[in-house]
Design a binder for this molecule. Sequence first.
Ligand code: SF4
Ligand code: FES
Length: 247
Amino acid sequence: MRVTLKIWRQSDRVSEGRLHTYELDDVSPDMSFLEMLDVLNEKLNTEGEEPVAFDSDCREGICGMCGLMINGEAHGPEVTTTCQLHMRTFNDGDTITIEPWRADPFPVLKDLCVDRSAFDRIIQQGGYISVNTGAAPDAHATPVPKDKADRAFDVATCIGCGACVAACPNGSASLFLGAKITHLGELPQGQAERDTRVVNMVAQHDHEGFGGCTNIGECTAACPKEIPLDVISRLNWDLHAALRHGH
Ligand code: SF4
Ligand code: FES
């Protein structure tokens, strides 16, 4: 396959960036999108040009590091992570525009890499359960209703990639936040800190500069883990309950 790539190049956080055009004529349809970028970087290295900086780690769809805007869509045209996207999704001769996540709380560090540490700071405000674990308890010591266990597991699949923020016209991280609140709020072990968790995490979300949710739904459409929109209802429900409780 032959593809034309328009890639955002930006040398650091403060410099202005712009799209650069590259041609690749030896792309296999079986390559992943990131392997295609690896091929481009090998070519740039050979030609003495600086390779394109982009993030990846697991390349298996589980770490959340690899977010890119591809032709204006977070993670590209399929419901998957960028690392699980394959070049067979595109056509021979296509022009593909590749940009970093666009959101004020995710500043561009270099080229396609953004700083997503705002998510880490939100998690630090309550995305955990603080109990002494001690020895492993018997599995049946704390019964969990099946529907709640399933719901907690389903939303725990959020990998913190940030596609929901990049896709949202408001730059809101409500889907990410709702996934974390729902995951811990469904489980008996998460009840002790349920009120403080939601109040502190929402405060950090707003402090980082993420926008509010206006029910547009672009987040859930872009989410590679198909986190449903109703986690945001759960987030709002828990926040109002905490405020009623005097937090
Ligand atoms: S909710 Fe979905 S899109 Fe948002 S960070 Fe989690 S996995 Fe990524
Ligand atoms: S590199 Fe880990 S999810 Fe894509």
